[in-house]
Ligand binder design. Sequence first.
Ligand code: TXA
Ligand code: MG
Length: 317
Amino acid sequence: MPADSGIAEAASVLRTGGLVAFPTETVYGLGANALDARAVARIFEAKARPSFDPLITHLAEAAELEKLVGTVPAAVAALAERFWPGPVTLIVDRPAVIPPIVTSGLETMAVRVPDHDAARALIAAAGVPVAAPSANRFGQLSPTRAEHVVRGLGPAVDVVLDGGPTRCGIESTIVDARGDRPVVLRLGALPVEALEEAVGPVAVRPGSSGQPVAPGTLAAHYAPRTPLRVVSGAEPAAGDDVRRGFLAFRDRPAGDWAAVEVLSAAGDLTEAAARLFDALHRLDGTGVAEIVVEPVPDVGVGRAINDRLRRAAATWQ
Ligand code: TXA
Ligand code: MG
């Protein structure tokens, strides 16, 4: 359904325990009523997601946070105030009304307010917090278009709201700001530099925890079905009979590639992030035997892009 005219019906599907895929500014989410453990269980089934991988709870307004969880640490409140609505997920204590399945039994909960009108209208109309992981099967490419959701999850979803391609194209930055110094648990659409400008130095520890506290930080994740390899710079096509695709940052590679995607001819990292998963979905659909990728400059949102590329490649090692 179109994201604007479908809101009321999608909200009623959420209220009655159904699954609604919806656009956010980052990627499409697969939403269920976060207060309804049975509805949330359907998310894990639809995604074939391991039960140890906690979900992000989405709110319509920053003001809903303290209504849901009570008072939060000052640094968490400051980040919410500064960056919501927006692509930052914050860690708070799980309130008793949120069933443990949402947080995979953790006593903490990840929460954010998406910067997308349809997403916020949907959550507001449903009148409940919405638990939503990215709307893809576990470990696979995140969806940045409604078609990606339909192709990946199909009939497991009750409604897909189509809001066109997502603006950021890469998931939210996850920050635990409960301690002395904020810790980035997952690199994402909000660059570390922007966080530091607002709150001073932060630690970056994606995947440092032995526990899979943020499986978006598992070594192997975000993978296309086609084997993917990261090379250190543009390399010429191998010249053998294997059909390979190349994912370039700004310049078309030399040589005879079966398929080429350029993330940003202007060399703009924000544009590259927005196109990353879309380009990988397209290369995946060309039937090439291998996708070769060059990393992007490792600054700003480029760090999150490189993080996703490394994890996609790790699946094939
Ligand atoms: O941009 C996004 O964050 C998208 C949109 C739909 O909002 N959502 C998303 O969800 O990327 P998902 O499920 O694909 O990734 C959520 C990540 C997982 O890596 C999960 O482990 C982590 O958040 N997470 C959830 N609860 C957590 C918690 N209490 N502590 C640490 N990490 C948590
Ligand atoms: Mg995901």
